[in-house]
Write a new protein. Structure first.
Lengths: 241, 100
């Protein structure tokens, strides 16, 4: 049951998906991989929306050059762990959310334990090595994986449902080269907010999602496009599913 | 035969900001033939300047930094550059986006 305070706090979105939808959000457990540019936008909006439990994992410390896009963190946070800074800010945004921020590197030997019994995984990583790991984990645990990535004024997002949609490896069989990517902070906001929209719809069971569609954001020319994608039956990650 | 090329992001800009390009090819044709035609006749460049950097699409004849889908399937799962094209095939070309 929602409390009086919750009914008031979420009034504007309860008008869209009802009190039962809000209860679904309250009961949801969302795993956010990364507290950087995408992770900042994603976790702020997830917390504000009233997701009941959020676990956010990032092993890095805040650098001055992060602050053009990583809006969870402030000038005074430089040198702190991103996880600790994220926990502090998100608790202030919504104290009702059960929030766990973990300062660890997501690796093969801890990913299953970190994701634990969470309902879904949000991709806020900056490299394809960890993205593939999360992609496989989502498939093994049979939970959705909400992919997003950015570069400069460009971004992409898709929603991966194991056994139903193309997975990340179906679209990108090999990791693109890692690079120190340029980025305008607002690009993280655009893509992160698309990911959160996908997550909220998935939880409250509304609308249609980016299943088997890769959304591409061209911020330079202010255009949104989509590419239809198909599963690869022999995909090394999801072919067995 | 005719195939439809759908370029995205700055690859689209490099091809004259066209959402779709119908390309005529002699049968039989492969992805490799299509890329050769796009480079020779449509001006698909080897490198695209992005801001103050450069994004490399081709290194010699080797494709760099470009995802190629034929009818929604990555060509690496088909026959790579030798993937055969049929009349009406849709080819998507887009750069990978990596950061977060």
């Amino acid at each position: 049951m929602l409390t009086e305070n919750e009914l008031k706090r979420y009034e504007r979105q309860i008008r869209i998906f009802g009190a039962d939808g809000q209860e679904r959000l309250k009961n949801a457990k969302v795993f956010v991989a990364g507290a950087g540019g995408l992770g900042s936008a994603i976790s702020i909006y997830l917390a504000a929306a009233g997701i009941g439990r959020i676990r956010i994992v990032d092993h890095e410390k805040i650098e001055l050059s992060n602050l053009n896009r990583q809006i969870l963190h402030c000038d005074e946070d430089v040198g702190r762990e991103k996880a600790a800074s994220a926990e502090e800010k998100l608790k202030k945004i919504n104290p009702d959310v059960s929030l766990e921020a973990i300062s660890e590197t997501i690796e093969e030997n801890n990913v299953l334990e970190l994701v634990d019994d969470f309902d879904l995984i949000v991709d806020a990583m900056d490299n394809f090595h960890t993205r593939y790991l999360l992609n496989r984990t989502a498939i093994v645990k049979n939970i959705p994986f909400f992919h997003g990535a950015i570069n400069g004024l460009y971004g992409q997002a898709t929603t991966i449902i194991p056994g139903k949609t193309a997975c990340l490896r179906c679209i990108f069989p090999e990791p693109p080269p890692s690079m120190t990517f340029p980025v305008v902070g607002a690009t993280c906001g655009v893509i992160g907010c698309i990911q959160v929209t996908e997550i909220v719809k998935y939880i409250v069971k509304m609308g249609s999602s980016l299943e088997n569609r890769l959304l591409l954001w061209d911020g330079l020319n202010a255009k949104i496009d989509e590419i239809e994608i198909e599963r690869n039956p022999s995909c090394e990650d999801c072919g067995w599913k | 035969m005719k195939v439809t090329v759908r370029p995205f992001l700055f690859i689209r800009d490099a091809l004259g900001d066209r959402r779709e390009i119908e390309v005529k090819l002699n049968s039989p044709a492969t992805i490799s033939d299509l890329l050769t035609t796009l480079r020779r006749e449509y001006g698909l460049p080897d490198e695209i300047p992005i801001g103050r950097g450069v994004f490399e699409l081709f290194h010699g004849n080797e494709v760099r930094n470009m995802v190629i889908l034929k009818d929604g399937r990555n060509i690496r799962f088909l026959e790579g550059m030798e993937t055969k094209l049929e009349d009406g095939a849709e080819i998507a070309l887009f750069p990978p986006v990596v950061g977060g």
